[in-house]
Ligand binder design. Structure first.
Ligand code: IDP
Ligand code: MG
Length: 151
């Protein structure tokens, strides 16, 4: 159970605004474990695959352009219930609906520039991790904190 994984990406606006460290800090301090990380400019093709479920929506083209517009910090984090808890840490899709204390509620204003992605289900987490990472790019290791995080 504590080996659930989620895909988290600081999008180009979050990178440009200097928020990679802030995002990493929040996941680290909560107790989650980093198991994969890369820094890349995604191709528009990767962006289209990543957001494939939204392809019929009017903002799809703009969304893919924005996602591929600059470097992204792509990460895989691990921990108990991390998909659900990660989404809570992100806040709502629209920053205007996100509570202060959440990442989107603390650092952004508009839905089209909401700085971060997080998987919304364990199935989608698996798909997204597979899309952005090769299996050998993920690192399995024992965290010395585990005994103090989990009973
Ligand atoms: P999520 O990122 O919270 O999972 P989704 O509904 O999956 O939200 O949408 C994916 C991304 O598409 C959002 O994070 C946001 O960047 C963008 N997006 C969603 N709705 C709109 C919109 O109405 N206008 C512009 N961009 C949007
Ligand atoms: Mg989504």
């Amino acid at each position: 159970m504590a080996d659930e994984r989620t895909f988290i990406a600081v999008k180009p606006d979050g990178v440009q605004r200097g928020l990679i460290g802030e995002v990493i800090k929040r996941f680290e301090q909560r107790g989650f474990k980093l198991v994969g990380m890369k820094f890349l400019v995604p191709t528009e093709d990767l962006a289209k695959q990543h957001y494939g479920d939204l392809k019929d929506l009017p903002f799809f083209a703009g969304l893919c352009k924005y996602t591929a517009s600059g470097p992204v910090a792509a990460m895989v984090w691990e921990g108990l219930n991390i998909v659900k808890m990660g989404r809570m840490m992100l806040g709502e899709t629209n920053p205007a609906d996100s509570k202060p204390g959440s990442i989107r509620g603390d650092f952004c204003i508009q839905v089209g520039r909401n700085i971060i992605h997080g998987s919304d289900s364990t199935d989608n987490a698996k798909k997204e991790i597979g899309l952005w990472f090769k299996p050998e790019e993920l690192v399995s290791y024992k965290s010395c904190q585990d005994a103090w995080l989990y009973e």
